[in-house]
Design a protein around this ligand. Structure first.
Ligand code: CP
Length: 335
């Protein structure tokens, strides 16, 4: 199978596939797209870019923002969409294998975006598609507790944008708090950190939800510094950003989340007082009670902007995937 050049990609399966060149290109592209979208003329231009493409949104695991942001990204680019969100409405109930269903999607569309509870399914689908005549790209929109690569891309964009006047992500200390063991967003984001210079990670979690060994081994191998703590307050003043996650109790086997004291892992107005003046507070959402709503009004709270950035980054992903990025980066409307 012919491989895409280094600065291009076909499938998006896991964040290990991205290097700094692609990350910077996607961030620049996202910013350019946001500029286009500020005017009616620019939005009209974007809507014609991929009007000849069709996308399948196969989301059989619950989702609000990933589904809506992909759906709206398609609308912005003129991409027509089909969707399955409930497998009981597909021929899987007649005994069709999921891989046969996926192959069927490839008969009708030009890209398949999939969110599933199974780990590794996007990889299996990509492997299948790499061996059939009508090869279409797979985008992993969240696979079990393993990976959420497009979330990590929008997180990188949010961090870069937030630190635009402070040297970007390089050199920053980034805390990650909550259910790090089963949080696919933080796992995917960790894999990207090797692309940035002198980043230090601080994992803040109870023992039961501390980051898994596979991620720690990866960070060691790529010389990304990290420390672990249970004490949020003691590390808060040194953090440039804190990425807070909810408990992923949908992965519980026997109610184990309920037996862990999570009260030390919440962020409220008191915690705000200990953050740097230009600190950044992020959360992939949905949240429960790990961030108090009173924090939302503070300018350092970036999670609602992060959510909206997700739509623009997903527009950029389609633009780059279908190789029309030059029409955006050199678009006359930007002048
Ligand atoms: N962040 C995120 O993946 O949200 P949804 O589960 O609502 O898509």
């Amino acid at each position: 199978m012919e491989r895409a050049p280094k600065s291009e990609f076909f499938h998006i399966l896991r964040t290990q596939q991205f290097d700094r060149v692609v990350l910077d290109e996607l961030c620049d592209l996202t910013t350019a797209i946001r500029k286009f979208a500020k005017t009616k003329e620019g939005l009209h231009y974007l809507r014609g870019l991929l009007a000849h493409k069709r996308a399948m949104l196969y989301f059989t695991q619950p989702s609000t923002r990933t589904f809506l942001s992909f759906n709206n990204a398609c609308q912005i680019l003129g991409i027509q969409t089909s969707e399955i969100r409930d497998p009981s409405t597909s021929s899987e109930v007649k005994g069709e294998s999921l891989l046969d269903s996926l192959r069927t999607f490839s008969s009708y569309v030009d890209v398949v975006v999939m969110r599933t509870k199974e780990e590794g399914l996007a990889e299996s689908a990509a492997d299948l598609f790499d061996h059939i005549q009508r090869r279409v790209p797979i985008i992993n929109a969240g696979s079990g507790r393993d990976q959420h690569p497009t979330q990590a891309l929008l997180d990188i964009y949010t961090l870069e944008r937030s630190f635009k006047d402070h040297g970007g992500i390089d050199g920053k200390t980034i805390g990650m708090m909550g259910d790090l063991r089963r949080g696919r967003t933080v796992r995917s984001l960790c894999y990207l950190m090797k692309n940035y210079r002198n980043v230090r990670l601080v994992f803040i979690a109870p023992d039961d939800f501390m980051m898994e060994e596979d991620i720690k081994t990866h960070l060691h191998q790529h010389m990304v510094q990290f420390t672990e703590t249970k004490d949020l307050r003691s590390v808060l003043p040194e953090l440039d950003a804190i990425y807070i996650t909810r408990i992923q109790d949908e992965h519980d086997k026997a109610g184990e989340s309920g037996r862990v004291d999570l009260s030390p892992y919440k962020f409220g107005v008191e915690e705000l007082k200990h953050m740097k003046p230009h600190g950044v507070i992020m959360h992939p959402l949905p949240r429960r009670d790990e961030i108090h709503p009173d924090v939302d009004l503070d300018p350092r709270a970036k999670y609602w902007r992060q959510e909206r950035n997700g739509m623009w980054m997903r527009v950029a992903i389609f633009v780059k995937l279908f190789k029309v990025d030059h029409l955006v980066m050199h678009g006359h409307l930007l002048d």
